[in-house]
Design a protein around this ligand. Structure first.
Ligand code: SF4
Length: 394
């Protein structure tokens, strides 16, 4: 059988690991598989088309591709996150849906030969599911059982030494299983097989302590990721950062949820804590704000506004993202030349307290204000450099 594997994500940023595993499974069965990124094969070229979906806000696009696929192959099936969460969207159009993981494919290592070039990184999971059930998160529906996966090292191809781990909550594993993983990682590092790792979905800050934190020492983390999604993590997050620094790491990326049940005041506090902890522990604690969107219902226009937010506030914060973040990440390094600390820089942009932040979120001409602030900062730095230069030449 000839199978076309289609990633319907309109802006694919990472390899479609589910399709690579499906391809591996079907190749073992003797089928011929070809991978397509956001495009469909010609009519009649393949017997079967399998499509994967990711975000529910891209459903319209995925549905359009699935409908078009029906005119190009006898059998069409969709799966993946969005199709699992909202299968009726496809079934209404008589499109076959697979919900959840495909157990046979789960047992296979991703087939990276399906990619057009050798892989730049590998993707694996040492576990599935999560022990928690956060209200804003769909893992409980997508992967209802928390379980370890053995022999994940078999997923790593020889072509690359970089590994993305997709575990939802690695630190929640029993301590013996976590130790087995970290021992394995150290052995892979020693053998030159792995020199860069990223637990992409984040580590649970509430568990980053004691023996678990100690086990993470000397691993080739590019950076550690945590979440500070709400005030229920206050205290735990700060302790996790302190423990991260204590075992020798200086780079942290923090997912910071907003537009959910949070208030702009607590969002300000959580962002400011990232800047404050960077200063306190002399490290980089970057904030990566994540705007909440309903997941279990299609919000095609991404229009959702949280209970304590308004359209203006949401848009103004997005303006901050485009103006002062780098790749949607907020990091404040300070400007020693003008006597500006990291926290001074944070307050310069986002306000001295939550009241000023709220005023900025409601400011009608925020774009112009941010531009003026940018110019002001540039001028102050230029004057300081000029004064320094003159001082040197005297
Ligand atoms: S801890 Fe993370 S993965 Fe687990 S339910 Fe909460 S948000 Fe989802």
């Amino acid at each position: 059988m000839r199978i076309a594997l289609i990633d319907t994500n309109p802006k694919p940023k990472v390899y479609p690991v589910a399709l690579l595993k499906l391809g591996a499974w079907r190749r073992k069965k003797g089928d011929e598989c070809v991978l397509f990124a956001n495009t469909l094969p010609k009519p009649g070229e393949f017997d079967t088309i399998w499509l994967t979906t990711t975000f529910t806000y891209d459903l319209k696009h995925s549905l359009g591709m699935a409908i078009a696929a029906k005119k190009r192959a006898e059998r069409v099936r969709v799966g993946g996150i969005a199709a699992t969460l909202l299968p009726e969207v496809f079934r209404k159009h008589k499109i076959d849906v697979h919900e959840g993981l495909v157990p046979e494919a789960e047992e296979c290592a991703p087939d990276y030969r399906l990619l057009p070039e050798p892989p730049e990184y590998a993707i694996t999971h040492t576990s599935r599911g999560c022990v928690r059930k956060c209200d804003f998160c769909m893992v409980k529906k997508l992967e209802p059982r928390f379980e370890s996966r053995g022999k994940w090292e078999n997923d790593l191809p020889k072509d690359t030494t970089r590994v993305l781990f997709y575990d939802n909550n690695w630190l929640a594993k029993p301590i013996r299983a976590l130790k087995a993983d970290t021992d394995k990682l150290r052995a892979l590092k020693k053998a030159g097989r792995v020199d860069w790792i990223d637990f992409n979905q984040g580590l649970d800050a509430r568990l980053m302590k004691g023996q678990r934190a100690e086990l993470l020492r000397d691993l080739p983390f590019a950076f550690l990721r945590f979440a500070f999604d709400g005030m229920h993590e206050d205290g735990h997050f700060q302790e996790a950062i302190k423990n991260t620094r204590a075992i020798g790491y200086r780079n942290v990326r923090t997912y910071v949820l907003y537009n959910f049940r949070d208030t702009p005041s607590d969002f300000y506090y959580r962002l400011r804590e990232c800047a404050r902890l960077s200063e306190e522990f002399d490290m980089s604690v970057t904030a990566f704000p994540m705007r909440y969107q309903p997941i279990a219902e299609a919000d095609l226009g991404r229009n959702y506004v949280g209970k304590h937010w308004t359209e203006r506030m949401k848009k103004n914060f997005m303006m901050y993202t485009t103006t002062i973040s780098s790749g949607a990440m907020f990091s404040f390094g300070g400007s020693p030349s003008i006597g500006m600390s990291r926290i001074d820089e944070f307050e310069f942009w986002l306000g001295k307290d939550e009241h000023e932040f709220l005023r900025l979120l409601n400011y009608p001409k925020l774009s112009a204000l941010l531009k003026r602030k940018k110019v002001d900062l540039r001028m102050r730095r230029a004057h300081a450099n000029e004064a320094k230069r003159k001082g040197k030449t005297k």
